[in-house]
Design a protein around this ligand. Structure first.
Ligand code: DC
Length: 223
């Protein structure tokens, strides 16, 4: 069986940065499941579908083929064959991903793809339901979180660096709303799995978070 590392946590906790670094160190594949929900959300937005239109989302879901490729170790998300990496990082797509991911049909389709990837190769996979649903038998399970204000500041700094004009209070409110939606939905809400190790990155630089998770992984391997 493959050695899989599962990382769940709220938006802005640093999951993707940390997961990428761990995958590199271990020589594993990094699987960003949020990007899959985002690609699906992009399809819905392009079809002019609104967040609450369940029937339309379920019908459109059948027509959106999501697949994953890798170029120089970087995950590329393909939506019906088109590389959409450059189009899925907007707040609009993120919010649509959060809203449309409550739909069981959307989840069923993407969970199947995620489980297939982890069955083929050892992965570091991050998302909201990886420990609790997608890879329940992962060798290492981590719940990575950080204080809401810290997560808002990180997002703010990222956007400022990209030259975008933004308001930190609005970002914090957006994060709170997203947390609420992701944590209270009926299907696979974001919760810490009983057997996941809690890592709070509020006061930790990235390298320290990476070291902490690698040492948790080493301990598990030695058990
Ligand atoms: O991690 P992210 O911001 O790219 O994720 C975007 C949204 O996708 C997130 O708000 C909820 C949804 N998502 C999910 O429901 N399950 C996952 N495993 C990953 C993401």
């Amino acid at each position: 069986m493959n050695y899989n590392i599962a990382i769940d946590g709220p938006a802005g906790a640093g999951k993707s940065t940390v997961a990428k670094a761990i995958a590199k160190k271990k020589g594993f594949i990094y699987v960003d499941t949020g990007a899959m929900y985002r690609a699906m959300a992009l399809y819905f937005l392009r079809e002019g579908i609104a967040a609450g239109e369940t029937d339309k989302i379920e019908a459109a879901c059948e027509k959106a083929d999501i697949s994953i490729d890798y170029a120089d170790g970087v995950q590329i998300v393909l939506l019906n064959g088109e590389n959409v990496n450059g189009l899925i990082r907007t707040e609009q797509v993120g919010n649509m991903a959060s809203s449309s991911s409550v739909n069981p049909k959307v989840r069923e389709k993407l969970v199947a793809l995620q489980q297939k990837l982890a069955a083929e190769k050892s992965v570091v996979m991050d998302g909201r339901d990886i420990c609790t649903k997608v890879l329940t038998d992962a060798a290492v399970k981590i719940y990575l979180t950080a204080d809401t204000k810290v997560r808002a500041k990180r997002r703010y700094d990222e956007l400022v660096e990209k030259g975008e004009n933004c308001d930190i209070a609005a970002i914090e409110k957006d994060i709170q709303e997203r947390d609420h939606r992701d944590m209270t939905r009926a299907v696979s809400p974001l919760v810490r799995a009983e057997d996941a190790v809690l890592v709070d990155s509020s006061n930790m630089p990235v390298e320290e978070v990476v070291r902490t998770i690698l040492s948790i992984s080493d301990k598990k391997s030695g058990e």
